[in-house]
Design a protein around this ligand. Structure first.
Ligand code: FUB
Length: 341
């Protein structure tokens, strides 16, 4: 860091001399200086500031981190979600983010009628499967309510098309929650033996095995209730231990809590709170990934100017494990994470 500062001073000294000598050189050097300043860019939370984003789901593919998010477009005084589509962002250094724009919307699914709720994309055999939650039309397959669909593409940023032509999970398939919007927030996990698992749910956590083709159910649906569970499950494995991280009842606002298990089918042992309430937002939503030797914890809050519970913004923090595999509390910061090479 010291090197960078004294380097800048030296650069400015020479710049001053050259400015006096030659106005053309002045322009070139000023441009170079601007580029130099940009290359020292720091991350800052929220990481996306030109639109409102929610429900972050990261994957790493070919040394690039791709971040799949929902998109909040509710007006300041609205009291419900308005989420027309899903975006993809990418970074190679955790600091500079590229917006690949709208890469999928519920309109892609002929059977869908509602908002673009939480989703997760992952790569399998060279194809990208984007599991999404949205709402079903009232038709011969469902009377409506939340549903889970799958879109597929040859590339992480699309174009994506409906992989099945109908929903993978409809409201009628789970009956433990007596309301229509419990089949939301899909997360997909592929175990070391290749078995694919889909977890999801609001109010209770549900899971099912998927077939090798990613687009058909292979088992009965199992439902369970981790302590304080509300929604937004994120499942992964580390050093032989399975982790189930989720948005929890918290105080009035959601927090993030987690369980671990030595078997993906449970029993899940409650391990406590990872993240306390977030700024200015009722919900929050976990997305965890290892990238370039570090572990990152993505979430959303309502901290942008004019932000709120329906105008959310994705943030990222470093995440650390204790030697016994438990997760240290996430420290929410404004400065975000450092760049990585
Ligand atoms: O973004 C809409 C819903 O809010 C998500 O599906 C939930 O996880 C919560 O973040």
């Amino acid at each position: 860091m010291k090197f960078l500062i004294s380097g800048k001073r030296l650069f400015l000294k020479h710049l001053n001399k050259l400015i006096k000598d030659n106005p053309m050189k002045q322009k070139v050097l000023l441009t170079l200086f601007l580029i130099l300043c940009l290359s020292f860019a720091k991350a800052e939370n929220p990481i996306i500031t030109h639109i409102f984003t929610a429900d972050p789901a990261p994957i790493v593919y070919n040394d690039t981190l791709f971040l799949y998010t929902g998109h909040d477009t509710a007006r300041v005084n609205d009291t419900n979600y308005k989420m027309p589509d899903w975006h993809v962002f990418s970074t190679i250094d955790m600091v500079n983010w590229k917006d690949h724009g709208v890469c999928l919307s519920p309109k892609t699914f002929s059977w869908a009628s509602g908002d673009a709720y939480a989703a997760q994309c992952l790569e399998r055999n060279g194809k990208f499967y984007w599991f999404v939650s949205t709402f079903h039309k009232n038709d011969e397959n469902s009377k409506g309510g939340a549903a889970i669909g799958v879109a597929v593409s040859d590339r992480p940023t699309g174009p994506f098309k409906d992989a099945i032509g109908k929903a993978l999970v409809v409201n009628e398939m789970t009956t433990d929650m007596k309301y229509g919007w419990d089949d939301i927030d899909p997360t997909v996990f592929i175990d070391d033996d290749g078995q694919i698992y889909l977890f999801w749910g609001n109010g209770s956590c549900k899971w099912v095995k998927l077939k090798e083709n990613m687009i058909e159910l292979e088992s009965i649906i199992t439902t369970f209730k981790p302590i304080n569970y509300i929604e937004g499950p994120w499942v992964y494995k580390r050093n032989g231990l399975y982790y189930l991280v989720y948005a929890s009842s918290g105080t009035k606002q959601e927090m993030i809590e987690y369980c671990t298990a030595t078997n993906i089918e449970g029993p899940w042992i409650y391990r406590g709170i990872i993240q306390e309430n977030v700024a200015n937002c009722f919900t929050t939503h976990p997305g965890i990934i290892d990238f370039k030797g570090k572990t990152y914890f993505f979430y959303h809050n309502g901290s942008l100017t004019t932000g709120g519970s329906y105008r959310r913004s994705v943030c990222v923090e470093n995440m650390y494990y204790n030697p016994n595999g438990t997760i240290q509390k996430i420290i929410q910061t404004k400065i975000g994470v450092k760049p990585v090479e």
